[in-house]
Design a protein around this ligand. Structure first.
Ligand code: NAD
Length: 311
């Protein structure tokens, strides 16, 4: 496994990391034995960074992780969770100081840990960004002061929300998703600012939340049809050539040296095994060029998320 320093946090995180949203059943039903096997396989293969949220499976992912963590020494993993998002509707967001402070305690209880390494504001584009800056982040700094978290981060889909917050206050990490993958590399535009401020860069969803997999995306996937169709086409092309679109996608996401860690979501040990193997396996450059040519017309095409003014 390759390890990189997560910006100013100085945490040494594995280049490939584990997104635990599937532990909450968001990509299909899961059982405790399966999740435990997945976590154990990840730790065995050197994956040391795990990301979760109370939102994933509406508390189920954190509860499941809590069961899987039993017997695992706390210093074997670096753990990030989130606050502020508790469902899909605007009414399910609450970034008030009172709610996020209580939320951290609830997450710690569910996961059976005394602290998390990173506490992140989850999908800030759904909130007034000035409230995040003036109320949520100060509350989370207080959480850090009390020893319940070590660092503070923000997550979201539209890249402009990161710029807005980073230009006005200090955070340790950002988690961006679906913006550094074969079909979308728009995160590149933010890298100079992130590097200048030595922000830890967590890149999530190298498979674009299932678009870049042979099985295809889940029904709830928000991408426009043109994007889904193009990704389906490249998956078929790869299969016809005896390759796997996910391998090409993972290789691509991991090849950018500026991204400190890339989160892949899975609750399956065999996927972890494959992903680690794919990290070092070569990719056919001719095939990669063909894939990129098919995806070119939809490159950087995204979808709205949160308040219109934040998109
Ligand atoms: P992803 O791109 O990692 O894709 C996940 C899908 O890929 C799942 O269906 C999984 O079964 C499949 N998969 C994984 N390994 C595979 C393999 N070897 N072969 C075939 N299929 C494979 O998307 P994701 O799970 O949404 O993102 C990763 C993680 O990033 C999440 O679990 C979460 O922790 C984090 N994330 C955070 C935010 C946020 O904070 N707003 C948003 C998105 C993702």
């Amino acid at each position: 496994m390759i390890y990189r320093t997560l910006g100013r946090t100085q945490l040494r995180v594995s280049l490939l990391s584990l997104g635990a949203s599937p532990f909450g059943g968001v990509f299909g039903g899961v059982g405790e034995q399966q999740c435990k096997a997945c976590l154990d396989k990840a730790l065995d293969l050197g994956v040391n960074f795990i990301d979760v949220s109370p939102y994933y499976g509406l508390m189920k992912a954190e509860t499941m992780l809590g069961k899987c963590f039993r017997g695992v020494p706390r210093d074997k993993f670096i753990l990030a969770t989130k606050v502020g998002r508790y469902g899909s509707d605007f009414a399910d967001f609450d970034f008030s100081a009172k709610r996020v402070t209580a939320s951290v305690d609830e997450s710690l209880r569910r996961m059976g840990v005394e602290y998390v390494d990173i506490i992140q504001c989850h999908d800030i584009e759904f909130e007034d960004l000035d409230l995040v800056i003036n109320e949520t982040l100060p509350a989370l700094r207080e959480v850090v002061r009390k020893g319940k978290a070590r660092f503070v981060g923000i997550t979201g889909l539209p890249l402009k929300v990161f710029r807005y917050v980073l230009e006005r206050t200090e955070v340790d990490t950002i988690l961006s998703y679906c913006h550094y993958a074969l079909n979308d590399t728009s995160l590149r535009e933010l890298l100079p600012l992130l590097k200048a401020k030595n922000i830890g860069i967590i890149n999530a969803s190298p498979y674009s939340m299932g678009l870049l997999t042979e099985q295809g995306p889940p029904v709830w996937h928000p991408a426009p049809k043109t994007v889904k169709d193009a990704c389906k086409k490249v998956a078929e092309l790869c299969k016809a050539q005896g390759a796997n679109i996910s391998q090409v996608a993972l290789h691509f996401a991991l090849s950018n040296p500026d991204l400190h860690t890339t989160l892949v979501g899975t609750a399956k040990a065999e996927n972890i095994q494959k992903n680690v193997e794919w990290m070092s396996a070569p990719v056919d450059q001719k095939l990669l060029a063909q894939v990129q040519a098919i995806l070119a017309p939809i490159h950087d095409v995204t979808w709205p998320s949160g308040h219109p003014k934040n998109n």
